[in-house]
Design a protein around this ligand. Structure first.
Ligand code: NAG
Ligand code: NAG
Ligand code: NAG
Length: 366
């Protein structure tokens, strides 16, 4: 009898532990099916996806594409959805800077009321200006971009450049706003609260991720749904040696919490500006960047160098050396500067209230 009771107690204990770990591993935001660590993804933000050519790879469930490519050509969303069942579409935009190719650059950021929210250009990208994220006005304008993503049918957003503190530390003031980690934590947290208050057309909260910025990962991961990393495996700009700390902080903050980490490597031997090698990266680089592919990061390898980066040429690690190279069809950039077609009645106007009440934001408090 005693032995049976002990066995039952052990069983109960095991069940409780399983329950606790299941609860701990479940992200707090309700996410679409398949949005889990290791999910296959693609990122295409250099040129707009071609909505006329067949989509590849169709087994990538998550797509990260540029918000303003979508505003210019909303058919891209349906193109992905008709090729990939249950696709989760993340719309990328620059959150830390306003850039001349943004659809709202002239109509919003260059107006007398808002021009004062922009300071220094980012080094190497003279048409991109750091935003004063300490200003509520500026944060609201970025929230309009999230609202636009929801209206266009995106499932989530990938707000880039949330690490301006790195060039401001030590009094360097590279952004022109003397921004700190705390300023960016506050910024991204406010964006997350807003994104989650909106409901996607598929009925899930709008997802929001962290781009790079490892220093603040432990602080912001609890309110975010995924991360997008560049070069965490030590291969950015062809550098050698793994910067384990960078990868590891995201493994701990996101993977352990059941949230995907989308990792981009830029190995030189994929071809760089010379084009996309059909045989993929050489075995030495493959060993470095794909060695940890068992770590549940969602890896893509991309060309490095200026305007070939984050374009169609992609290698996936899973199939081994010499395999897994895919080219996603794009339309060459069109109308990349200037205003985009207005959305008409369904669009998000500049002066429009951010109140999320009526935009299908029937929040579920659970
Ligand atoms: C590009 O601009 C031209 C002229 O304004 C317009 O007719 C065309 O529809 C635009 N194309 C895109 C993809 O926005
Ligand atoms: C930072 O740089 C901006 C633009 O150059 C300048 O206006 C501002 O006073 C500087 N702030 C600090 C704290 O150095
Ligand atoms: C810049 O910001 C830091 C806090 O992040 C503050 O301690 C410092 O006084 C600021 N510098 C100036 C000149 O305002």
């Amino acid at each position: 009898m005693a032995a049976t009771k002990k066995a039952i107690n052990l069983l109960l204990l095991a069940a409780m532990q399983a329950l606790v770990s299941a609860v701990m591993a479940a992200p707090s935001t309700k996410t679409p099916p398949g949005f889990v660590p290791g999910v296959k993804w693609q990122i295409e933000i250099q040129n707009p996806l071609s909505a006329k050519s067949a989509l590849a790879p169709t087994d990538a469930l998550v797509w990260d594409i540029d918000l303003y490519h979508v505003e210019r050509n909303p058919a891209i969303i349906q193109h992905i959805r008709s090729a990939v069942k249950d696709a989760t579409i993340i719309c990328y935009f620059n959150a830390g800077l306003a850039q001349t190719s943004d659809c709202d650059f002239n109509s919003v950021w260059q107006t007398p009321a808002h021009k004062k929210l922009l300071a220094n250009p980012i080094k190497g990208f003279e048409g991109e200006f750091w935003i004063d994220i300490k200003s509520q006005d500026a944060r609201d304008l970025i929230k309009h971009r999230i609202a636009l993503a929801q209206k266009l049918g995106c499932d989530g957003v990938d707000p880039d450049n949330i690490d301006g503190y790195g060039i401001d530390e030590g009094g360097d003031n590279g952004t022109g706003w003397n921004l700190s980690q705390t300023d960016y934590i506050k910024f991204i947290t406010e964006l997350a609260t807003y994104a989650h208050s909106l409901t996607s057309k598929r009925g899930f909260p709008i997802l929001i991720g962290q781009k790079n910025a490892p220093e603040i990962a432990p602080k912001v991961a609890p309110v975010l749904d995924f991360a997008v990393l560049e070069g965490c495996k030590g291969l950015q700009d062809g550098g050698s040696g793994g910067s384990g700390g960078f990868c590891d902080v995201f493994a701990k903050s996101y993977l352990d919490a059941g949230k995907p980490v989308f990792s981009i490597g830029y190995p030189k031997s994929l071809g760089g500006r010379g084009g996309c090698k059909a045989s993929g990266v050489d075995s030495a680089e493959f060993a470095k960047v794909c060695a940890k592919s068992a770590d549940m990061f969602s890896d893509v390898l991309k060309l490095s160098g200026g305007d070939v980066e984050l374009d169609g040429c992609t290698q996936y690690c899973g199939l081994g050396v010499g395999k897994g190279v895919v080219t996603t069809a794009v339309d060459k950039k069109e109308n990349e500067t200037g205003e985009c077609p207005r959305l008409g009645s369904s669009g998000v106007g500049v002066g429009e209230d951010l109140d999320s009440g009526e935009d299908g934001a029937d929040k579920e408090e659970d």
